[in-house]
Design a protein around this ligand. Sequence first.
Ligand SMILES: Cc1ncc(COP(=O)(O)O)c(C=O)c1O
Length: 407
Amino acid sequence: MTAFPDAAAFRATACASPPDERGAFGDFGGRFVPETLMPAVLELEGAFLEAINDDAFLQEWFDLLRNYVGRPTALTYAARLSDAVGADVWLKREDLNHTGAHKINNTLGQGLLCLRMGKRRVIAETGAGQHGVATATAAARLGLDCTVFMGAEDIERQALNVFRMKLLGADVVEVTSGTQTLKDATNEALREWVTRVRDTHYIIGSAVGPHPFPWMVRAFQSVIGVEARLQCEQAGIKPDIVVACVGGGSNSIGIFHPFRETDAGLVGIEAGGRGTRPGEHGASISYGEPGILHGSRSTILSTPTGQVQPAHSISAGLDYPGVGPELAYLAETGRARFVPITDDEALDAFVRLSELEGIVPALESAHAVAWLFRGEWGGQRPTILLNLSGRGDKDVQQVARMLAERS
Ligand SMILES: Cc1ncc(COP(=O)(O)O)c(C=O)c1O
C-alpha cells in the first residue's frame, strides 16, 4: 500500500473545480496586472496547463517529492493531544518535509515549470522565510539563479532562515518600504518581475496573485490533501473536520481541496493577533472587505480610504493583509469557515504540542493547533485532520524571548 497518488488520479483531483475563463472563483480572483506583465502570466498559464496534463512532468515532480522531499508525509495520531482536547486528532505532517514546511511542494513544481519555459532565474517573496528557503532549495537543486525579497522586519525575526537562503546560494534583497513585511516583499518581487520577465519566473509562495497563480499553487499543494485522503481511506479514518492555518492560503487550500466533496467541515484559522482593531491582526476573511491586492480580487484588510491596512501576527507567515481568492470564495459560499486565533493562544499551543506530542510546530501551524483547545465543535468527540504545515525550529529563539517577557 502506498499513500502516494498516481498521475491520473492526482490530475483529476488537483484540476477539479477550476476557476472560470477570467481566472475567477465566483467574485474572487482574476488578473489585475500591468500590461507589461500580461505576456508573462499568459505564457505561464499555457505552460502550466501543458505541464499538468503531461505525465512525464508529473512523474519528474513526483520523483523529487518522493526522493528529495521525503513524501508521502506521515499521518500521525496525536494520542495525548486528542485526550487533552476531547477529539481524535490526526496530524498531516508537513513539518517532516525537507526544509521543514509545505512550501517545498510548490517551489519544486514551479521550478520545474520555469525550466520548461526555458527560463534560468527565479525570484520569490518571503515572510517567515520558509518560502524563501524552499525556493532557494529548489533553485539549488535545479540549477537556477535565485533572488529572494524579504521585508526588513522579517529579516530580523527570521535571521536563521536568511542565513539558510544565503547558504543555498540565493541573493536576499532587504525590502525597507511600507511595513517591511510580506506585503512589501511581494510588491517588490512583482516590480522586479516586470523588468525581467524574459529570463525570470516569479515563484509566488502562496495561493495568491494574478491567475493562474492561485490555481497553480492549489494544484501543487493539493498533493497534501490527496495523500491525506488516501491515508485516511487506507486507515479507515473519516475526518469530521479538516483544519489548517491561513496566511495566503496555500497549505489550507492544499488540504481542503481534495476534501471539499466529502462531508468534512473545513475550518481555516486566521491570525487573530493582539485584537480585533485594524492593524492588530491578519484575519483578512474574518475582518476584511473585498478588494484588489497583488493582482487579484479577494478579501483584504483595508483602511476607510481604500489603502491596504498593515497586518500583524506573531508569526511572519500569517502576517499578510490578503488571502487567496479561492478561500474567499469558499467562505462566501459557506463551504469553509474561518476563525481568528490570537497570538497568545498560538504561543500556548506551540508549547502544548511540544510537551504533549514531542512535535515543535511552526508558529503558523500552532494557530491551527490552538483552535483545538477551544473545543468549538459541540456534540460527540469528532475526528479531526489537522494540517501541521511546518516545524518550529525557525521560531524557537523568538518564542524563547516571548516566553521570557511573559513571565
Ligand atoms: C509553516 C508555515 N505554515 C503556514 C504558512 C502560511 O502560508 P500559507 O497560508 O500559504 O500556507 C507559512 C508561510 O510562510 C509557513 O511558513
